[in-house]
Design a protein around this ligand. Sequence first.
Ligand code: KIV
Ligand code: NA
Length: 265
Amino acid sequence: YKRITVKSLVDMKSNGEKIAMLTAYDYSMAKIVDGAGVDVILVGDSASNVMAGYETTLPITLDQMIYHASGVVRAINRSLVVVDLPFGSYQSDPKEALRSAIRIMKESGAHAVKLEGGKEVKDSIKRILHAGIPVMGHLGLTPQSIYKFGTYTVRAKEEQEAEKLKSDALLLEKIGCFAVVLEKVPAKLAKEVAESLTIPVIGIGAGNGVDGQVLVVHDMLGMTHEFNPRFLRRYADLHAEMTSAFENYTKDVKSKNFPSDEEQY
Ligand code: KIV
Ligand code: NA
């Protein structure tokens, strides 16, 4: 295996090779994701939802993100590990943003950070980049701003928001981000953005005109069966698989079928 770097991702874009990215939040999952050849593992703040059960991504802390990320880093051989800066760890000023990014890099061993927003967080991104830490941008639906938006519906359908998204994407490239995530925006707009940038655009609910795709691993495995956005393709039905495994185990314990003679010392 050859380790994926931020440079490999830009090369993949210029060679027309699509980038596969998935989230992971722990050692065991990351080991499987890495072993399967997924290029980028995102330790997303979606851990707040799928790991901790919060309704939004706002409550997860920097310490908790570092805990998730350090398990992921211990598992990987090939994938690039990108960690979300959680809500509240970078918005107040560039120095705090840098401190948070440094903590993630030092304490987890991850390779890059991601944060949400364009022009508003420009100075924070620059400061982090000046310290030599690669930054991935995130535009479109930015879940840390959910209380400003009010809903999780498609973003940038109106001209004004689309124009802001396009100029934010150009800005992120100009200041030195190595990639940008576009979440839940019209496919036509996402394609236009991907074509206007030399850095890769990774989409989630952003169509097939971008340079790569990302999904939340619990969603694509079908563990979160109550979450059904149009963009989600399920590659397994783990909710059903796991439910039947747990039911069968319970049945076997109750009926004294488990453990058998061979399964004891
Ligand atoms: O936190 C997350 O999982 C993300 C992806 C959906 C892009 O930011
Ligand atoms: Na996120």
